[in-house]
Design a protein around this ligand. Structure first.
Ligand SMILES: [Zn+2]
Length: 323
């Protein structure tokens, strides 16, 4: 019987679990670790590393931190892995198959994998739609339709790339005009992702912006007014996004927030988000708030298990078709 292996490919770490053994961690061959290497070189290094670690005749489920067409095994790009756009669509699965033809390779986007594991751990049998929102070095959303047990994606294999939408914010102009890594300004990622936090602190004119950002959780807990302002500002566009989802999708029963920022700030993030979502602004907010919103604690979500759940068809990705 073939061994099942799961791999999580992030910008910082490659995490590998063969069968039921302990998770092994290696530095990822990524742009983060090798800022001067070309994307082609980094891709070749990733393929070699994965090929080296796959057991003979195994099945490998890869949770990959890149925008992907999972059906075709094509990667569109990843800032942390390869530094933004790839020159062409990358046939990642074909490259892995050429390196190790004895292995069956399944590629799953990491947010999709996290959503599958969030559903496994947190969904109730009566839930109709469940969304996972990652607030990390980037921002992205995936929603599962549990009435059909699928994750719907568009004809390119994508869904919920919300990080580069304009942030809904009451922050001053200096914050609203912050540049995003994609080249745009005022995007949700530019105000709410990990690298944005010290920049938002500086744009707010806070004294010691780097220190406030680095010690945000402890300073909020100590009731530091600058830290409270910073937290309110980086949570606001996320709360507005969740509010929009709540308003437009009556079937949405649960939103799970994960990723380094949300999990790192867990308690204070959840308290601030809950307070902002509880604000009643119009008759539209007058009914009972039925949507459950959960902020994960570190290590709660297992993308390795999620990648396998997607790959074995427990919560498959369903692609839209041109009619
Ligand atoms: Zn952007």
């Amino acid at each position: 019987m073939s061994t099942r292996t799961a791999v999580d490919v992030g910008g910082t770490w490659l995490r590998i679990r063969v069968g039921d053994s302990a998770v092994l961690r290696h530095p990822a061959p990524s742009r983060i670790h090798h800022p001067h290497r070309e994307p082609d070189e980094l891709v070749a290094s990733l393929v070699t590393t994965l090929a080296e670690h796959a057991p003979p005749d195994s099945t490998v489920d890869v949770s990959c931190g890149a925008a992907l067409d999972e059906e075709l095994g094509i990667a569109y790009g990843s800032g942390p892995l390869w530094g933004g756009e790839l020159p062409t669509r990358l046939p990642l699965r074909t490259l892995l198959e050429q390196a190790r033809p004895d292995v069956t390779w399944n590629l799953v986007n990491d947010v999709t994998a996290a959503l599958a594991d969030a559903v496994r751990q947190l969904a109730r049998p009566t839930d109709r739609r469940v969304a996972y929102l990652t607030v990390s070095s980037g921002i992205a959303l995936r929603t599962a339709d549990l009435t059909a047990s699928v994750i719907d994606v568009d004809t390119y294999g994508l869904q919920g790339e919300v990080g580069h939408l304009r942030a809904a914010t009451s922050a001053p102009e200096a914050v609203r005009s912050l540049e995003c890594l994609c080249g745009g300004t005022g995007h949700i990622a530019a105000l709410c992702a990990g690298p944005a936090i010290p920049r938002v602190a500086a744009a707010l004119g806070l004294p010691e912006p780097a220190a406030v950002a680095a010690q945000l959780s402890a300073r909020v807990a100590a009731d530091d007014p600058d830290a409270r302002t910073l937290l309110r500002t980086i949570v606001e566009p996320i709360a507005e996004l969740v509010r929009t989802l709540r308003t437009t999708d009556p079937l949405l029963d649960l939103v799970v927030l994960g990723g380094g920022v949300a999990e790192g700030l867990a308690e204070v993030y959840e308290t601030e988000l809950t307070a902002q979502l509880a604000e009643v602004r119009s008759y539209a907010d007058a009914g009972p708030a039925e949507l459950r919103v959960r902020v994960c604690r570190p290590g709660h979500i297992d993308p390795l298990a999620g990648a396998t759940a997607v790959a074995i068809g427990r919560l498959p990705v369903r692609k839209g078709r041109f009619r």
